[in-house]
Design a binder for this molecule. Structure first.
Ligand SMILES: NC(=O)c1ccc[n+]([C@@H]2O[C@H](COP(=O)([O-])OP(=O)(O)OC[C@H]3O[C@@H](n4cnc5c(N)ncnc54)[C@H](OP(=O)(O)O)[C@@H]3O)[C@@H](O)[C@H]2O)c1
Length: 177
């Protein structure tokens, strides 16, 4: 399991239910990184999708406590346990955490790595922030791009590895032997 997100200089990721910026090159990068995989999103991130449309070519899962929630093209899970049990049914790299802040923070301990786009900007009045991995115990940089010059915002990509992930309790390690 891994997570993918873009952050500003303060690791802010959203404001008023939307992303801080719709960085075109990053949307394409996100698509490439998630195509063919299962994506898990919180209900509020679902609300923020244009037209609440499922992402094509991916299995779309929404985490919500609302048992009545239904949306075309989406499956639902209602607890962290249910999400972890689902993740245990597939290859670890095929289960992607795609936000928002609440969901990134909840699943971060279980993630093996994180793909971060660092936007060279500081946005006003963010209301969704995530843990700064440069300050977090157990996370180390394993790859970093050069600065990517962009007509919207220059940025770079950084891959972090979790050196001490929490095992998914639904994966029976013995069964792989
Ligand atoms: N920059 C990026 O790359 C990026 C990516 C994604 C999102 N975002 C931004 O992140 C912000 C949204 O983040 P957010 O933290 O406010 O919301 P969120 O994480 O998208 O969704 C939170 C919702 O998830 C459900 N949930 C959370 N924990 C749960 C649990 N243990 N069991 C069952 N359901 C659970 C609840 O839904 P119910 O209330 O329905 O029960 C909760 O209200 C937006 O601004 C969005 O644009 C940014």
């Amino acid at each position: 399991m891994f997570y993918i997100v873009n952050v500003d200089r303060n690791w802010a990721i959203g404001a008023a239910g939307d992303m801080l910026v719709h960085l075109k090159t990053d949307l394409k990068f996100f698509k490439d990184q998630t195509m063919g995989k299962t994506v898990l999103m919180g209900r509020k991130t679902y609300e923020s999708l244009p037209g609440q449309k499922a992402l094509p070519g991916r299995r779309n899962i929404v985490l919500t406590r609302n048992k009545a929630f239904q949306a075309d093209g989406f499956e639902t899970v209602h607890s962290v346990d249910e999400a972890l049990a689902l993740a245990a049914t597939m290859a670890d790299d095929d289960f992607v955490i795609m936000g928002g802040a609440n969901i990134y923070e909840t699943f971060r301990p279980y993630c093996d790595h994180a793909i971060i786009t660092k936007i060279y900007a500081t946005f006003d009045n963010p209301d969704a922030l995530i843990t700064d991995l440069d300050q977090a115990a157990d996370w180390e940089v394993v790859w970093e791009s050069e600065t990517i010059e962009d007509p919207q915002y220059d940025h770079r990509r950084v891959v972090y590895r979790n050196t001490n992930p929490t095992p998914n309790p639904y994966i029976d390690e013995g069964s792989a032997i």
